[in-house]
Ligand binder design. Sequence first.
Ligand code: URA
Length: 243
Amino acid sequence: MRGERLDKLLARLGLGSRKEVARLVRAGRVRVAGEAVRDPGFHVPEGASLELDGKPLAVRRHHHLLLHKPAGYVTSRTEGPSVYALLSGFPTRDLAPVGRLDKDTEGLLLFTTDGELLHRLTHPRHKVAKRYLVHLERPATEEDQRAFAEGLSLDGERLLPAALSLGEDPTRVELVLREGRFHQVKRMFQARGNRVLYLKRLSLGPLELGDLSKGEARYLTPEEEETLYRAVGLGGQDAQGEL
Ligand code: URA
């Protein structure tokens, strides 16, 4: 079987964009199985060792992409316009979204090839925090805050406590959930007689959307990846195994 292209593989390991890593390769700073390789399009045989500036690189089996989802895209492979259309240039085989954002919701959407990581990030048992910016039709109140903190009942089901922060403008609030039910934020405010006008996910566990531009995607940095695995009790990249 033909291995993965060297520039793709290095970008996936978080060493930079395809262009940046191609520069490293052309400068002769990368060795594959002990040999300097200057062609970014070189196909790396499976299991081959990699070095940058003489230091070994841990080759990971899985990769994870963080997307700043714009409104108007569906979190689905088959329905369109699909969020996958925003991932051109990245290998998307086996890449699944971690939960869903509604078509009109913006913000942080994580994709991963690691099924165990996906399961842990989405299972309520792990209580991974998701922070949302919410614009509302009417001001949120301290009563909403108390009701959310106690755990609202929605359609007969008790929700986990959620933290509502009321800033200076109570029509623009932040809400932290530790589970991800269908249309949860919208339904929570609806249950309080309010309506969500705009919704954006700002963070997922230790991952922050930061200044990633709308419609852009990037690989997680090795540090983000490590913190993410730790956050769900998977103990860093070692747990993923080598190629
Ligand atoms: N809650 C919602 O209502 N919609 C989303 O997209 C995410 C959380």
